[in-house]
Design a protein around this ligand. Structure first.
Ligand code: FMN
Length: 202
């Protein structure tokens, strides 16, 4: 039994290309193996920007937190627990204005926790999450893979490696605002089927 955390952040909800493709991968895996799924839609249930009070609540030792701090820290605690409990994270990743959705960034801001998901040593930062795999299903109007304009791929690899997830694979559906849309979605489905087969073979 694998625990899979599915994270979506498309403004278009279930109709978002990234959501549809991420769910296609998930249902292909689900059809052929036993999986336990935790789903988080960051567009539907938007998290607020991280505040100083929330950050201070994390930094206050648990037994010294007041009621407000317990409440404030609980959002991040829950998100971190979801991540810790997962073997695989499937991330539906729309490109908005040359970057990751801001709703996804506030999730990142809450799961990157010093002493919990990473720590600093004399040799530099060390990720504290172990044995997890992440799959990014990226949907974009234009075409950027392999160019400096693909600001998402390297950032996602870096931040996931920072917390200890260095096993990261990408599925790209690009050119979705161009006449290439149908062919791109078809190719993404082919790539998803191939990746699912590979994952199921492990
Ligand atoms: C607010 C907004 C900004 C966008 N910015 C970009 C962009 O910078 N580059 C790009 O290639 N596509 C951009 N697009 C197109 C989306 O990447 C494309 O529609 C993709 O399918 C989004 O994923 P989704 O369908 O899962 O929401 C943008 C779309 C929206 C709604």
């Amino acid at each position: 039994m694998k625990n899979i955390l599915l994270i979506n952040s498309s403004l278009n909800g279930e109709q978002g290309n990234s959501t549809i493709l991420a769910k296609e991968l998930l249902s292909t895996l689900e059809a052929k193996s036993k999986v336990n799924i935790i789903e988080r839609d960051l567009a539907k249930q938007a998290l607020p920007h991280l505040s100083q009070q929330e950050m201070l609540a994390w930094m206050t030792p648990i037994n010294e937190r007041n009621e407000e701090q317990i409440q404030l820290a609980s959002t991040s605690d829950i998100l971190v627990e979801e991540l810790q409990a997962s073997d695989m994270i499937i991330i539906g990743m729309p490109m908005y204005n040359f970057g990751i959705p801001s709703s996804f960034k506030v999730w990142i801001d809450r799961i990157a926790r010093a002493g919990i998901t990473f720590k600093y040593t004399e040799q530099g930062p060390v990720g504290l999450l172990e044995g997890k795999k992440a799959i990014i299903v990226a949907a974009r109007g234009g075409m950027y893979v392999g160019t400096p304009k693909d600001t998402q791929s390297q950032y996602l690899k870096d931040i996931l490696a920072f917390i200890g997830i260095s096993d990261v694979e990408f599925i790209y559906a690009e050119g979705l605002s161009m006449p290439t849309k149908v062919a791109s979605l078809q190719q993404a489905s082919v790539d998803i089927a191939a990746l699912a087969n590979k994952l199921l073979a492990v």
